[in-house]
Design a binder for this molecule. Structure first.
Ligand SMILES: [Fe+2]
Ligand SMILES: [Fe+2]
Length: 274
């Protein structure tokens, strides 16, 4: 059994350290449970897209856990997708991406566990005109082409959609319709057993088109209902995935006692008033 502890949306910073305590406490729980891998699925930093010091601080905090670790970038780490409607947020560019990679390593990757191939993608490159978007597409083709009899688990920062693959809205919340279609086409007929993301700061597990879709919540904070609909559970924690060699799998929300669910509206110094 291969276990992945997925943490997400840690939103870490040294000069705005509002969410560091939650990270440290959840880190203690991870050190006690000894998963095979800790995966941070993005928004690792409060504002690494504009502030390199946040990237450095977040990397140090993760190194302090001394656990096997992989990272995927979120919009706050290297800028949002170029096709997301702007809300004054930086968009991904070559410099921001390079800077992220210099702290957290490859922004897409895959590895194998018994019975499984685990593929991690940079969601912000989907729908982007950066050269690296094409390189990521090539990597997807290679990962899927060599899948063999393994099942595919896909991780990326943003959910593919809310309920159905045909949704047409252009949002910053989900992978947008055109890159979604291209991504699914690039899987070349392979149906992932599991797609898991972060970004929404809510936990949800659902089934769609023979795939289990899991949204990992944030370790840090949730977003009030007047700013974001309720899709699932607005509670902080992390997600434990267990991938068995026979291809069966399960995922569950882990709540860590004593870790408060912060409301971002109470931290106007983080991203401005709500
Ligand atoms: Fe986030
Ligand atoms: Fe995000």
């Amino acid at each position: 059994m291969f276990t992945i502890a997925q943490i997400s949306d840690t939103h870490l910073s040294d000069d705005k350290p509002f969410f560091v305590d939650n990270f440290v406490r959840i880190g203690e729980a991870l050190r006690a449970s000894r998963p095979d891998l800790v995966l941070n699925s993005g928004d690792i930093t409060l504002d690494g897209a504009s502030n390199e010091a946040d990237l450095a601080a977040a990397r140090l905090l993760h190194d302090g856990l001394d656990l096997p670790m992989r990272f995927l970038p979120g919009n706050h780490d290297l800028g949002d997708s170029q096709d997301s409607p702007g809300h004054g947020e930086a968009a991904i560019d070559a410099d921001r991406r390079r800077r992220y990679v210099s702290y957290f390593g490859a922004d897409w990757w895959w590895f194998d566990a018994p019975g499984w191939r685990v593929l991690g993608l940079n969601a912000q490159l989907l729908g982007s005109d950066l050269d690296e978007a094409e390189m990521q597409d090539d990597a997807i083709a290679e990962a899927v082409g060599g899948l063999g009899s393994r099942r595919l688990a896909l991780f990326l920062h943003k959910p593919l959609f809310d309920r159905t693959v045909d949704e047409r809205e252009i949002t910053g919340r989900f992978v947008n319709p055109v890159p979604r279609r291209l991504l699914l086409a690039s899987l070349d007929g392979v149906t992932p057993a599991l797609v898991s993301c972060g970004h929404v700061h809510q936990y949800r597990a659902s089934e769609a088109f023979a795939t289990r879709h899991v949204w990992a919540t944030s370790t840090a904070f949730v977003i009030p209902d007047h700013r974001q609909p309720r899709y699932g559970l607005k509670e902080v924690g992390y997600v434990e995935h267990r991938l068995a060699p026979d291809g069966t799998h399960d995922s569950r929300l882990v709540r860590v006692p004593g870790v408060p669910t912060h409301d971002i509206a109470r931290f106007p110094e983080a991203y401005g008033p709500m």
